[in-house]
Write a protein that binds this ligand. Structure first.
Ligand SMILES: Cc1cc2nc3c(=O)[nH]c(=O)nc-3n(C[C@H](O)[C@H](O)[C@H](O)COP(=O)(O)OP(=O)(O)OC[C@H]3O[C@@H](n4cnc5c(N)ncnc54)[C@H](O)[C@@H]3O)c2cc1C
Length: 806
């Protein structure tokens, strides 16, 4: 076994082998994989092997697409069959909400150029003659989906990995991991140590234990999953073409052909966690005892949809452990707060993604940035709140609902409330309907007394619509408070702080105390890394605010770029400071009543910051906001939030002050054309394509991403961000809607919604520059149906920013 390597991959399941294969294939010679048993010894060996394009996320769908491409060509490349079969797949719907969901997938998939079509119950019956289509409204059909033999596919990639020079060590167990001062890792195994630059944790069921070796707790727990292989079925045996995979999400079952029979899989109501406190090291290739009583309901449901199952005996019942995370998606990418340690675990659909994620993660490790935006699976999307106990509660909720309809406005109750602002109880008393953002309880809206305190999940305008409209109009005409305590806040200080920040952002760091600058951080290619606002406190101190859900991601990026000589210090202030945002034309009048200081138009100018006493609390107030009204972001000591809140509410009584939620904020930011992180701002776009191109200061000294942006500018900006007004009456664009011109796709929306102040349905999206002129007519496809749209000048609301600057 090698004692030195560029990368060590821990785990020889489908995922680890794929990462090793791709790293070696793309040119890294010293790639070493260590597997404590035989290859595929965790979940991989007993998987059903269903592989489909379907995934709720646009980018994960691309990972699946890459997998299928890889599985299809593995045999040609390695000489070893992967066991791939193209069978096609159907996803059914038996209710209108599900049909809407399928409409979303249809439109999103068309953005990717996938072959997908709506099918009627009759057509589904023709595609799968053993299916009883009673009660179905329709479905989607992907002709290019299929299944793969998990063991053959892993062995084929292992063969490929060896062919390209990787070393795969079986029966070698990792027992400890240390990092040297030089950043090199020492991976300790029972066969000796390996010194390396990069470590990849692909230890599947044992990934939490491997993470603990480097001091990280990851939210991943094993659940017993069952599928049943039936005895030979004549009607299947007689066929000369393969039956398509069918997923009936409303019955929580899937069914696919296996040789001359069928496999029925299920997500039962009472998912059973296995080895809750950690999978024993000596577990390998062992089936669990199936609990037939627990899955009886799903077996019945399977027989209803496929009556032939009622006449056929079980050949084998397979129950095995799968890892689950709090939202069912895996944990991939750089592990915060470490350097050069990557996660590739937490997979519940790791066969489907094995090929694709190996490709994309290898690229991420080798180039420092992912080729496509992988935030959806990024391990840093879970904050420190996502601990073992949280995960335990979340998974009990998520597993039985894996096939439930996905709605963009649904927030499940499990493991909540978790993180709360001190004024949480006050928000509750004001009828808040909460959402859960990065573990924080944040009010989405506040219905009046007597109204339903639950937002009905829907792809269409929900029961929240009219209340959100009232809040937007209130912010426009009077005054409101938005709680943004969850903002990620970081203090950067020290003699090197200014120069360092200037290197971290494309914007010029403010030169005057109290100045604020919108300061995106870019990646090495010049694409958006983070949405940051910098306030200069003094020459050596800066107050940086970034998106709440990006906290771990953004702070990890800053930390790994921090100089080691102590000239720059970084403090996380997120949990020490709250943020209440006062917005609306009367906001100054309210503030004036309770501050010790001057907040007048001429003394406290737009886009500046001051330290002011609000009542008894010393606060930092930034004169800006995300909704486009006169407004003040009041950052305050968290322990004084209730006192500040009460002062604001008392002072605001005469102005009819009201609380305003996240839905209204999102609606208003669309009207202002303000970008949202991971919607408009992701790894596919430079600021040059957007309305914040002015933040890129190419005339300043070097900054991360400068060469990338310059190159992009020289090559010609490929896309332009536009604002579209859409003729929609019941369902507004959400993002990932195709933008069409004469039926041809010319772009895609990045986000959308209804703008209550301008009374229009709005989408933001990227199109080819020739279509970006105001007045250009096009279509936006929503839930599978094209609606007329027109490019308008951005922003739609208060284009001169007169309100904000008033
Ligand atoms: C019954 C069942 C049906 C399934 N059906 C499907 C399906 O149809 N489609 C789909 O996409 N997915 C399916 N899955 C899920 C899929 O099997 C997993 O997501 C996937 O196999 C995960 O692969 P992995 O490489 O991450 O982990 P694993 O397969 O668990 O591999 C991890 C490996 O790491 C090794 N290891 C752990 N710790 C150490 C250490 N300290 N030192 C050295 N080696 C170590 C282990 O021995 C193991 O071989 C199914 C799973 C089950 C159980």
């Amino acid at each position: 076994m090698k004692t030195n390597a560029r990368a060590v991959i821990i785990g020889g399941g489908a995922i680890g082998v794929s990462v090793a294969y791709h790293l070696a294939k793309y040119g890294w010679k010293d790639v070493v994989l260590v597997e404590k048993h035989e290859l595929t010894s965790g979940s991989t060996w007993m998987a059903a092997g269903n592989v489909s394009f379907y995934h709720p996320s646009f980018y994960c769908t691309q990972v699946n697409m890459k997998s299928i491409e890889i599985f299809k060509q593995l045999e040609k490349e390695t000489g070893q069959p992967s066991g791939w079969h193209t069978t096609g797949s159907i996803r059914t719907a038996d209710n209108p909400g599900r049909m809407d969901e399928l409409g979303y997938y249809y439109s999103m998939n068309r953005c990717l150029g996938l072959d997908v079509s709506f099918v009627t119950p009759k057509e589904m019956g023709e595609l799968h003659p053993l299916m009883n289509t009673d009660g179905l409204l329709g479905g989607l059909y992907w002709p290019d989906d299929g299944d793969v033999d998990p063991n053959s596919m892993t062995q084929a990639m292992a063969k490929g990995a060896r062919k390209y020079g990787a070393e795969l060590n079986l029966h070698t167990m990792v027992t400890g991991i240390e990092q040297k001062k030089s950043d090199e890792w020492i991976v300790k195994t029972d066969k000796g140590d390996i010194t390396c630059e990069y470590v990849v944790n692909a230890a599947g069921l044992w990934a939490p234990e491997v993470s603990k070796m480097v001091g990280i707790e990851i939210p991943s727990i094993a659940i017993a999953h069952t599928h049943i292989l039936y005895e030979t079925i004549n009607a299947v045996e007689k066929r000369d073409t393969m039956l398509p995979l069918v997923r009936d999400p409303d019955k929580s079952v899937y069914l696919r052909q296996e040789m001359d029979s069928l496999i029925l899989g299920m997500y039962e109501a009472n998912g059973q966690q296995w080895k809750k406190s950690g999978v024993p090291w000596d577990y390998a290739q062992e089936e669990l005892n199936p609990d037939i009583d627990n899955i009886a309901e799903c077996i019945e449901a399977g027989m209803e949809r496929f009556p032939v199952l009622g006449d056929t005996g079980f050949k084998h019942v397979t129950a095995g452990p799968i890892t689950y995370t709090p939202n069912g998606d895996p944990l991939v990418g750089p592990a915060a707060p470490l350097r050069n340690f990557f996660q590739a675990c937490g997979y519940s659909f790791g066969i489907t993604q094995a090929g694709g994620i190996g490709h994309y993660l290898a690229g991420w490790i080798m180039n420092g940035e992912p080729e496509i935006d992988l935030w959806h699976v990024d391990s840093r999307r879970f904050g420190s709140h996502a601990n073992w106990a949280y995960n335990h509660e979340k998974i009990a909720d998520i597993y039985p609902r894996l096939y439930s309809t996905f709605f963009p406005n649904e927030f499940r109750d499990a493991a909540r409330p978790n993180r709360t602002s001190p004024i949480y109880e006050y928000q509750k008393k004001a009828n808040a309907v909460f959402g859960d953002y990065y573990g924080w309880e944040c009010p989405n809206y506040f219905p009046p007394e007597g109204e339903d305190l639950y937002e009905t999940p829907s792809w269409r305008r929900s029961n929240a619509f009219k209340h959100v409209g009232n809040e937007c109009r209130h912010a426009m005409n009077k005054v409101g408070i938005i709680d943004l305590t969850r903002f990620a806040k970081t203090r950067i200080s020290g003699e090197g702080a200014k120069a360092w920040l200037n290197n971290m952002t494309c914007q010029k760091v403010p030169e005057k105390d109290g100045q604020i600058a919108l300061s995106p951080m870019l990646d090495h290619n010049g694409n958006f890394k983070s949405d940051m606002t910098i306030t200069r406190v003094n020459e050596e101190e800066f107050f940086c605010v970034t998106a709440s859900v990006g906290k771990k991601h953004d702070q990890h990026w800053m930390l790994t770029n921090l100089p080691t000589d102590g000239s720059v210090l970084m403090d996380d202030l997120t949990y020490k400071m709250g943020c209440l945002v006062l917005v609306g034309p009367d906001s100054r009048k309210v503030l004036e009543k309770i501050v010790y200081g001057d907040v007048g138009k001429d003394t406290f100018k737009f886009s500046t910051s001051q330290e002011i006493y609000v009542g008894r609390a010393k606060c930092r107030i930034n004169r800006m906001n995300y909704v486009g009204e006169l407004g003040f972001e009041i950052f305050h000591p968290i322990e004084q939030q209730i006192s500040i809140y009460n002062s604001l509410m008392e002072a605001g009584k005469e102005f009819d002050i009201k609380l305003i939620g996240m839905h209204a904020m999102d609606s208003m930011r669309l009207e202002k054309g303000y970008l949202a992180w991971k919607s408009e701002m992701n790894v596919h776009h430079t600021p040059l394509e957007t309305n914040v191109a002015w933040t890129v200061k190419l005339d300043k000294d070097d900054f991360i991403g400068k060469q990338g942006v310059k190159k992009r500018k020289e090559e010609g900006i490929p896309l332009k961000l536009v604002c579209l007004v859409v003729e929609a009456t019941d369902s507004d664009p959400w993002g990932y809607n195709p933008i069409l011109k004469d039926g041809e796709r010319i772009g895609m929306t990045s986000s959308g919604g209804y703008g209550h102040r301008v009374e229009k349905s709005i989408a933001l999206g990227y199109v080819s520059p020739e279509f970006a002129k105001a007045g250009t007519k096009m279509d936006v496809e929503i839930l599978g149906r094209a609606r007329s749209a027109e490019v308008v000048t951005m922003p739609l609301y208060d284009p001169e920013n007169e309100k904000m600057k008033s």
